[in-house]
Design a protein. Structure first.
Length: 86
């Protein structure tokens, strides 16, 4: 089942803003196209949700969380360096 917004875009009624993950299959089938706008950077927050009854974070989840944190720090440093150089 297709998302109503994506169906509207495919039908030619306009554009939409969507994550690349959510439209990956549509892009591969060439049902929609991607437009990149220079000077626009869209950032989305990342949330971690867990059950209230969980007292401890499992070791594998802790490793994953730390990996993501390090990756985001490195990404922010690269972006900051890019803006400083340009």
């Amino acid at each position: 089942m297709k998302n109503e917004s994506i169906r509207s875009v495919i039908a030619g009624y306009g554009t939409m803003l969507a994550s690349s993950f959510s439209v990956k299959d549509y892009l591969e089938r060439k049902e929609v196209g991607r437009v990149t706008v220079k000077g626009i950077e869209i950032r989305r927050p990342v949330y971690l949700c867990r059950r209230n009854r969980d007292e401890e974070i499992p070791k594998n989840l802790d490793i994953f969380i730390n990996y993501v944190k390090r990756a985001l720090i490195i990404y922010d440093r690269i972006i900051a360096l890019f803006y400083w150089v340009v």
